[in-house]
Design a binder for this molecule. Sequence first.
Ligand SMILES: Nc1nc2c(ncn2[C@@H]2O[C@H](COP(=O)(O)OP(=O)(O)OP(=O)(O)O)[C@@H](O)[C@H]2O)c(=O)[nH]1
Ligand SMILES: [Mg+2]
Length: 436
Amino acid sequence: MTRARDTIFALSSGRPPCAIAIIRLSGPEALAAARAVTGRDLPAPRRAALRRFRDPATNELIDEGLLLWFPAAASVTCEPLVELHCHGSHAVVRDLQTSLAALPGLRAAAAGDFTRRAFANGRMDLASVEGLGDLLAAETALQRRAALAMMGGALSRRIEGWTHDLRRLAAQVEARLDFSDEGDVADSAGPADLAAPCARIAGEIAAELAKPSAERLKDGVRVAIGGPPNAGKSTLFNALIGRDAAIVSPQAGTTRDVIEASVAIGGIPMVIADSAGLRETGDVIERIGVDRAEALLAAADIILWLGDEAVRPEVDGVLLQVAAKADLVKAASTPALAGAHVVSAVTGEGMDALLIALQQAGGDLMPAPGDYALSQRQRDVLARVLVAVREAALLTDEVLIGECLRMALTALDELTGRATTEAVLDELFAGFCIGK
Ligand SMILES: Nc1nc2c(ncn2[C@@H]2O[C@H](COP(=O)(O)OP(=O)(O)OP(=O)(O)O)[C@@H](O)[C@H]2O)c(=O)[nH]1
Ligand SMILES: [Mg+2]
């Protein structure tokens, strides 16, 4: 990569004005640049020292602050890396960066440039890079924990394990093919002994794909409130989100549009949606609303069903049966509603228990403590690995088995970044901030 030849610099701390700003430099000229702006020798590596920062062209004092540097062997980019800790004013940060830009071999970093060098130089694999990206974007404690697991290499270690096993199987297939070429076929060990390990690996990958996705973790669990008109859906919706967002009226067919609100219930991010009550209707606009409600229920992770148990929609999501308007209807006395969450959004009866049930159902869709969540890209690639490994487990022709194993290994390399196209890398790193 020719871009790695030059020395990059960027503001790596928050946007000025702020108390302290950190400008990082990485590359072959980083140490020379640090000497140029301080006019002095560098302190010992990894030791902070107080220095005056000057414009090397004019010798004008810009600021004073701390200088810290890391030798290539101990830096995150695997290049000499310098940190200038200065005062976080617009003027200091701008003038220091202008002075650096004028030095030979230096240029302002693009988004993700530092991390890209860490990746290109083998300090981080792609799964860890993606974990780092998630950590920088994390807004909730759940997101932070999952990102740390990914960044710490939990997924990378799983991939290494599968890669190791599949390589061994591929080598066995190769060896046997070579052997049979010599016409001395000892068929004691046929593909049957490959099928079991392939099936085991396929099982592990399928379990991985069944885990909660990063999208759920980022965007929230999708909760849809469904039922017939006038069931009290909008009233429950307003109570759950804590404000009167949806219109409530005694008239059946009040809600037409889908109304969504993001809330955290027990620390779990959720997007709660209200929609039209399900019924046959001649009203054109209400019909559109019912279609939207049906689509919403079909896509939901959790459904709060306020209708009759007998007419529950056939959907993939978890369904929590709710007996609403408990203050009006003594639902508990109705045998059909035994086991339902008996609630009144008006009096608050049963709401705490419903929130706990929601929290539990939502928690099941979040990564377990210490576990990561796979992004769409990672799931797509892993799905290809699964197809290839399953195929290998079923085939009998060793040439074809070898081909499937190679395909699986290439796909695994896309996850670690050993074999990833520049376009994919460009897209991933562009999502980072400048200075990271
Ligand atoms: N007493 C009492 N009234 C309720 C309760 N929930 C809803 N209602 C009333 O029932 C009527 C219908 O409530 P909505 O929340 O608009 O019902 P909906 O299911 O959204 O109805 P559509 O939007 O028409 O499908 C309103 O008059 C509400 O005030 C409740 O828990 N107790
Ligand atoms: Mg409504």
